[in-house]
Design a protein around this ligand. Structure first.
Ligand code: APR
Ligand code: ZN
Ligand code: ZN
Length: 361
């Protein structure tokens, strides 16, 4: 039987979000209904509301979530009702060329639930990143559910579904930060701070945090940065070079998505170093670089998609490390809020006041 729950939708471009009654169908083959316990507020939710992703309004927002599987459809064997799970954006196919080569984060046959959730009048909703978890319950593909230790706080677990995984994964998966490496992180919001945590976890000797906001640099220090650079006051490329014996960092992680910071990342790496781009640019942005620099600098230039994560491997591992006290994912939760507070949470996020507001149910 289809059921009705409360959820937060973005009705149209730049219109305020609002709480509505959502109709959730029973899970079909390969699908699951998940009772949401916590869901973080991410920039991408704001981008949906602003029409920056696509025009498929109305959106059911929310995508950094953890909860309990309530029911599963035909053929679902990996999760069962009662399992505590973290949701990921897309279920990978396991069969395409990328999956078979062991790089499922590049899977080009990913899928979400096939059925649609709707409003009471039948209007179909577009769930943010195929999740839609600013709702008491949501419908997803079963492969979007990763079982994790149920002892962890849902507010912490949910964060792994997006920004925190993107940042930690940029350091440990894409950047392959090694013991003793020097790492620079440009842009220390939630994603950059998570990259700092990842670099520390990987045993980096130096972690240089760069931002234009001193409040962000203070936070990065709490997360494990060993040095901070305010790039409004100091040229970050020079600062990173001088902190690394004139060489540049072994790994530079860019977590802003602007032309100037892409360039800084490019020039702040050691000749044999790695640049990891996590910051997502808007489509119109361009950078220009002298070809001689592109050729003449060795190392590698990589972009990191969702931290190149494998949810089944990385979510439980990071939760274990958190439970052991070896990383503190709780530090990313600035505040917990209710479903009715999301519009204000966007305002605070925009002002740089919070790392993450997390809706708890
Ligand atoms: N130089 C350095 N830091 C900058 C600059 C700049 N020119 N401009 C902005 N910043 C800093 C901000 O002060 C802020 O601390 O970058 C940080 C961006 O953080 P958030 O806005 O909180 O964004 P976050 O959620 O961390 O995501 C960062 O990664 O995955 C992507 O889509 C995401 O592109 C976004 C980026
Ligand atoms: Zn997100
Ligand atoms: Zn695939």
């Amino acid at each position: 039987m289809a059921q009705q729950v409360q959820g937060v939708i973005a009705p149209g471009k730049n219109e305020p979000v609002r709480v509505e009654t959502i109709v959730i169908p029973d899970p079909g083959p390969g699908e699951a209904v998940v009772k949401i316990q916590a869901c973080g507020v991410c920039h991408t939710d704001l981008h949906y509301k602003q029409g920056g992703i696509n025009d498929d309004f109305p959106f059911l927002l929310g995508h950094e979530a953890a909860g309990i599987v309530e029911s599963v459809g035909e053929g679902v064997t990996d999760v069962e009702p009662g399992d505590f799970v973290v949701l990921n954006w897309r279920a990978v196919c396991g069969q395409c060329r990328a999956c078979l080569r062991g790089r499922p984060w590049y899977c080009f046959n990913t899928h979400n639930a096939r059925q649609r959730m709707t409003l009471l009048d039948g209007t179909e909703l577009s769930p943010a990143l195929g999740i839609g978890a600013f709702a008491e319950k949501t419908l997803v593909a079963a492969g979007q559910c990763t079982k994790v230790d149920p002892e962890v706080s849902p507010a912490v677990a949910g964060l792994l579904g997006c920004g925190v995984m993107a940042g930690i994964g940029a350091a440990i998966n894409t950047g392959e930060v090694g013991r003793g490496d020097s790492v620079a992180v440009i842009g220390c919001g939630g994603v950059g701070d998570a990259a700092v945590v990842g670099a520390r976890l990987a045993g980096a000797a130096k972690i240089i945090a760069v931002d234009i906001d001193d409040r962000k640099l203070d936070m990065a220090k709490k997360m494990g940065a060993t040095h901070t650079v305010n790039s409004r006051a100091t040229d970050p490329v020079e600062a990173i070079r001088s902190l690394t014996g004139g060489n540049g960092a072994d790994v530079v992680i860019e977590a802003v998505g602007r032309p100037e910071t892409y360039k800084q990342a490019f020039y702040a790496r050691d000749l044999a170093g790695t640049v990891v781009l996590v910051g997502v640019p808007t489509p119109e942005l361009q950078i220009e670089l002298p070809m001689i620099d592109v050729f003449g600098r060795g190392g590698s230039l990589k972009s990191s998609w969702y931290g190149d994560c494998l949810p089944s491997r990385d979510f439980p591992m990071l939760i274990d490390l958190h439970q052991q006290g070896r990383i503190d994912l709780g530090a990313f939760v600035t505040e917990t809020i209710g479903l009715g507070d999301i519009e204000q949470a966007f305002t605070r996020m925009h002002g740089g006041d919070v790392l993450r507001s997390v809706v708890v149910f």
